[in-house]
Design a protein around this ligand. Structure first.
Ligand code: GLU
Length: 341
């Protein structure tokens, strides 16, 4: 792992021309199309999240070569919540290796709610790392392997993926720590079946803290672009994740990343993605770009309403669906720059 050069991710200032202007135009168009949609509700089971101004909306895209296009409230920070699960899972794959990781957590989609207090009866392991039980198992293993510096390592890794310094929202962290009884129950269940052997409170502390890291839509786009760019942050050239960890992570995002909306998402958007109850969605156009969207009102599956529709619109307009051979996405984004050698 190389040292982390921190850059501030800011949209380009020079006037855009050609394909860059077209892309910016499509993002502006999606923003305008969906900004008036007030459907959905704020997550209020974490009391502090119920206080977030509901009308905020931002869309960002970062390419594998570090160009950033964005619209709306791109400077607004929100808590990363479940999008964090993607990066802690990738960390565990790197730190513990594949075999150990898959001894702690399975990789099957689950038809149960994200916060179900339930393990796979086959082997007493969480169904996958994108539901709370799986992410708490991952946090437990990270805490076990990294000791008391686990959160510092998590924060450092998130910063390297985003290319800038990040901070925790202490109010959200406290709020979740005070009210996260379901997650605590899951932690005790995992401890009872020996997924980890460190104190449950310390594991939950790590999990609640990782969920409370503040990011912007641009940060999510850059973090997604880091995964799209084979684990290397396109702004800083920092090799954050190895290829194997990146590949497994993207695969699980594709099948399990969007709560109970994962199936609809896979046919309508067709991108590996992860959403969080803070209203963020991170999408990955493999080898091309990352997408970050933020809008806090959530649909019945817990996915940001305007985030979902703007990702659908962008996927449609730019042609991003991973399995649609008639879509121009992979060539569209490459027209921005000389082809990759
Ligand atoms: N911190 C949240 C929880 O555990 C994350 C849930 C989410 O974003 O899906 O309930």
């Amino acid at each position: 792992m190389s040292a982390m050069p921190i850059l501030n991710a800011t949209p380009p200032i020079a006037p855009l021309t050609g394909v860059a202007a077209e892309l910016q135009g499509l993002i502006d168009e999606q923003y305008a199309l969906h900004v008036g949609n007030a459907d959905g509700v704020l997550a209020d089971y974490i009391p502090e999240l119920a206080k977030v101004p509901p009308d905020q909306f931002a869309i960002a895209m970062a390419t594998y070569q570090g160009q950033i296009f964005s619209a709306g409230d791109t400077g607004v920070e929100f808590t990363i919540q479940s999008v964090s699960k993607v990066f802690t899972f990738a960390m565990l794959l790197e730190i513990a290796g594949r075999a150990e990781t898959y001894r702690a957590v399975n990789v099957q989609p689950s038809a149960d709610p994200f916060n179900a207090i339930l393990l796979d009866p086959k082997n007493n392991r969480p169904f996958n790392p994108m539901v709370n039980a799986g992410a708490i198992a991952v946090a437990g293993r990270l805490r076990q392997d990294l000791g008391k510096s686990a959160f510092d390592e998590v924060l450092k890794t998130f910063e390297r993926a985003a290319g800038r310094k990040l901070e925790v929202d202490d109010a959200v962290f406290q709020s979740e720590r005070d009210t996260g009884h379901r997650n605590r129950a899951i932690g005790h269940l995992l401890r009872a079946v020996d997924v980890f052997d460190v104190p449950v409170d310390e594991v939950l502390d790590l999990y609640f803290r990782q969920c409370s890291i503040k990011v912007t839509a641009i940060d999510l786009a850059v973090m997604g672009a880091t995964l799209a760019n084979l684990g290397t942050n396109p702004l800083t050239a920092d090799d954050v994740f190895h290829l194997d960890a990146t590949r497994d992570t993207l695969s699980i995002m594709f099948t399990c990343g969007m709560y109970d909306g994962a199936g609809d998402w896979s046919i309508n958007v067709g991108l590996p993605a992860k959403s969080g109850v803070g209203g963020g969605i991170m999408g990955v156009v493999n080898r091309q770009a990352g997408i970050g969207v933020f809008s806090p009102r959530l649909d019945e599956n817990g996915n940001s309403v305007r985030g979902k529709f703007s990702c659908m619109g962008l996927a449609e307009q730019i042609g991003l669906h991973a399995f649609d051979p008639t879509n121009p996405g992979s060539t569209y984004l490459r027209r921005l720059t000389a082809p990759r050698r």
